[in-house]
Design a protein around this ligand. Structure first.
Ligand code: SF4
Length: 83
């Protein structure tokens, strides 16, 4: 039996879950400009998530979301007040 490895502090693009990431990209593209966070804000948020102790295997353990999706919404906030 092989042991499943959890990638700590990995976003989806690093954890080999490209299928989920592609679905997220399609959903983000459907957001209006008003709904969507500006790209520099999005990248800044993901940089914070990448160093966060609550990130595991592309998922935020604080809220159960995918940060790559949550961070794409202008109005969203980090559940742990990091962004
Ligand atoms: S959303 Fe907040 S708590 Fe969750 S991984 Fe990102 S920085 Fe950490």
């Amino acid at each position: 039996m092989t042991e499943e490895r959890v990638c700590r502090r990995c976003l989806l693009f690093e954890s080999g879950r490209g299928d989920v990431l592609e679905d997220i990209r399609i959903r983000i593209e459907k957001l209006s400009e008003k709904e969507r966070a500006k790209s520099e804000i999005y990248e800044e948020r993901l940089g914070i998530c990448a160093g966060c102790e609550f990130l595991a295997d592309g998922t935020c353990l604080k809220c159960g979301c995918y940060p790559e999706f949550r961070a794409a919404f202008a109005k969203n906030r980090c559940p742990n007040c990091k962004w």
